[in-house]
Ligand binder design. Structure first.
Ligand SMILES: Cc1cc2nc3c(=O)[nH]c(=O)nc-3n(C[C@H](O)[C@H](O)[C@H](O)COP(=O)(O)O)c2cc1C
Length: 232
């Protein structure tokens, strides 16, 4: 009898220890306050279609269904845009001198697991930082000369650049490098969207200062490109 009690006690201790020492797992998390960190789901590294098929199918899509996207899809798009893919910090898109001048803002409107609001992608840690709450898609649409696709996307990615990160090393030539880089990143988002069965478009026509003010960008950040994304 005594040995049974000892065995039960040992099993209980083992369970308690297993719970205490298990590694801290990163769970997707819905943040509420400005400054909160939202850990994104792990991006996947395989898909349903080939690069060739994605290139063939890619089109600028401006009409989306009024359906929610998932946080996993948003995570995948952000990874495609600027995700870190190498221990040296290198990313999915090339960058002159590996100086990474781009910042990606996320304007969430209709995303399961992510409250409407403005977020900033942090490639290190593959996470979002909450900037502010509230659905600002209509205001962003107004700042983009009322292009309705901007309001209709379930989520809107906005690329900004800190030019100084690149011009500090390359001078004026760095400006052209930054513009090339946002093109690389935007095409990555385009191809990833095709692979996920989503639609997107590059929107370049907008009021730069209004977009910067609306998204509470830092003083040294300049808005470069808006990409609404939604189901097709
Ligand atoms: C730099 C740039 C800016 C663009 N700006 C807009 C825009 O403001 N609004 C829009 O509806 N499409 C915009 N587009 C998308 C183009 O209209 C589109 O790529 C073009 O019509 C070719 O169609 P496709 O992308 O389906 O091949 C832009 C594309 C680029 C590359």
């Amino acid at each position: 009898m005594k040995s049974i009690h000892i065995a039960i006690a040992l099993v209980c201790m083992a369970i308690v220890l297993a719970v205490i020492i298990q590694p801290v797992r990163k769970e997707p998390h819905v943040g509420n306050e400005a400054g909160d960190t939202i850990i994104l789901p792990e991006p996947r590294d395989s898909g349903e279609i080939s690069v060739e098929e994605a290139l063939l199918e890619r089109r600028s899509i401006r009409n989306y269904k009024n359906e929610a996207m998932t946080l996993t899809e948003v995570s995948q798009l952000l990874w495609a845009a600027q995700g870190i893919t190498h221990p040296g910090g290198y990313r999915t898109a090339p960058s002159a001198g590996a100086l990474y001048p781009l910042e990606v803002y996320v304007v969430a409107g209709n995303v399961d697991g992510l409250r409407p609001g403005i977020y900033k992608y942090r490639p290190q840690g593959h996470e979002l930082e909450k900037v502010a709450g509230g659905d600002v898609r209509a205001d962003l649409c107004a700042a983009a000369i009322d292009q309705e696709c901007v309001e209709d996307g379930a989520v809107v990615l906005v690329f900004a650049a800190v030019y100084e990160r690149t011009t500090r090393k390359y001078g004026e030539r760095g400006v052209r490098y930054v513009h090339m880089e946002v093109g690389h990143a935007a095409q990555n988002v385009h191809l990833q969207a095709v692979s996920l069965g989503l639609g997107t478009v590059v929107v370049g026509a907008f009021d730069d200062e209004e977009v910067g003010r609306l998204l509470q960008m830092q003083d040294d950040e300049r808005a470069l490109c808006i990409m609404p994304v939604g189901r097709v």
